[in-house]
Design a protein around this ligand. Structure first.
Ligand code: TXA
Ligand code: MG
Length: 356
């Protein structure tokens, strides 16, 4: 066990002294958790093999799951990728800094622990001022997965990181809640056509305005379980990757059908003295207010950005409330909704209650 410090930091104008302190920890080959616009990352110097190894230990993550390398400047690409094709250049111009991760052919300098032995490396330029300042001050690209224990819900606050990694890492920079709230979109530019391996903060529609041929990979329900012996195409796609510790169910159908089925389900659980948690939209509230359950409202159906930003906090809050089951409403699948649905499918392990 080691002491885990939480250092508050301005998410707009990060204090230079705090950044310098965090950067020195990274340069010593240790880990720092830091905010990005998507979720908190658990960072290590991407070119230091022993430092990167500690990420896998702290998270309890299998070595077969590759990491994203975070940069603050496209000039760093020179040492990280063999080439930066015109399509990547266009996408970077449109969406970097931001929640887009590009899979590109890895340069030989990239340690294989970062890529899990794959020929390609995942690169992202985050747009959070703390993340950018930390990368610049450390003088090296930062390898960082989400700063949660493996298989748990991703962290969107410093408190979420602390709950998972207290005693396992020296420092958490606390820049407040993450604005996007779901992870970056992972786009494979080494496949033909370019394929989205994980929907995220940049929508398919937005990406297609730059590269119309972009495809979605298979929906997560069709993926096979994780095999820890070989690196998967994108292990983030496996089901139950983001699972909360309590069983969760996704209800699909019209609002009326969903409400009726959820009320029925609530009764069944309450008859067995079980506590129920609901993950809802504002528009559902009136129906469930009297039902004696734990309710977390994600926001209005009209505001998917808000829903995405509150999604992981919602799952963690219900989990901490001690409920025995979580029932989730469904969301529209376009724009950010695709990433929201993907994370709900993973949180429920594909347990969908399909209503006609
Ligand atoms: O928003 C994000 O992407 C956050 C923040 C911290 O930047 N990071 C994050 O990292 O979500 P992680 O490790 O939890 O998810 C990275 C995803 C995984 O699904 C991983 O399999 C995939 O990216 N990935 C990483 N390197 C890859 C590669 N070389 N080829 C294919 N997929 C890769
Ligand atoms: Mg993760």
């Amino acid at each position: 066990m080691q002491q885990t410090d939480i250092q508050p930091i301005s998410p707009i104008q990060p204090e230079a002294a705090s950044i310098a302190h965090a950067a020195s920890i990274l340069r010593q080959g240790k880990l720092v958790a830091f905010p990005t616009e998507t979720v908190y990352g658990l960072g290590a110097d991407a070119l230091n093999i022993e430092a990167v190894q500690q990420i896998f230990v702290a998270k309890g993550r299998p070595l077969s799951d590759p990491l994203i390398v975070h940069i603050a400047d496209t000039s760093s690409l020179e040492h990280l990728v063999i080439h930066f094709p015109p399509a990547a250049r266009q996408l970077a111009r449109a969406f970097w800094p931001g929640p887009l991760t590009l899979i590109l052919p890895a340069a030989p300098q990239v340690p294989s622990i970062v890529t899990a032995g794959l020929a390609n490396v995942a690169i992202r330029m985050p747009r959070h001022p703390v993340a950018l300042a930390l990368i610049r001050a450390s003088g090296s690209p930062i390898a960082a997965p989400s700063a949660n224990r493996f298989m748990h819900v991703s962290p969107t606050t410093a408190q979420h990181v602390y709950a998972d990694l207290n005693g396992l890492i020296p420092l958490i920079l606390d820049g407040g809640p993450c604005s996007v709230g779901v992870e970056s979109t992972v786009l494979d530019l080494c496949s033909q056509p370019p394929t989205i391996l994980r929907p995220g903060g940049v929508s398919l529609e937005a990406l297609r305005t730059i590269l119309p041929e972009i495809q979605l990979s298979m929906p997560p329900t069709q993926h096979t379980p994780h095999d820890s012996h070989e690196a998967m195409q994108s292990p983030g796609q496996m089901l139950i990757h983001y699972a909360p510790v309590v069983p969760a169910f996704l209800f699909e159908g019209t609002t009326d059908a969903m409400h009726t089925a959820m009320l029925h389900e609530i009764q069944q659980h309450q008859a067995q003295q079980q506590q129920v948690g609901l993950l809802l939209a504002d528009e559902d509230l009136a129906t469930f207010q009297e039902s004696g359950v734990h309710i977390y409202t994600l926001g209005s159906l009209q505001a998917p950005e808000q829903i995405a930003a509150r999604l992981y906090a919602g799952l963690r809050t219900l989990e901490e409330a001690g409920v025995q089951v979580i029932l989730c409403r469904n969301f529209e699948e376009h724009g950010l909704g695709l990433a929201i649905r993907d994370r709900l499918l993973k949180a429920t392990g594909g347990k969908i209650i399909q209503l006609s």
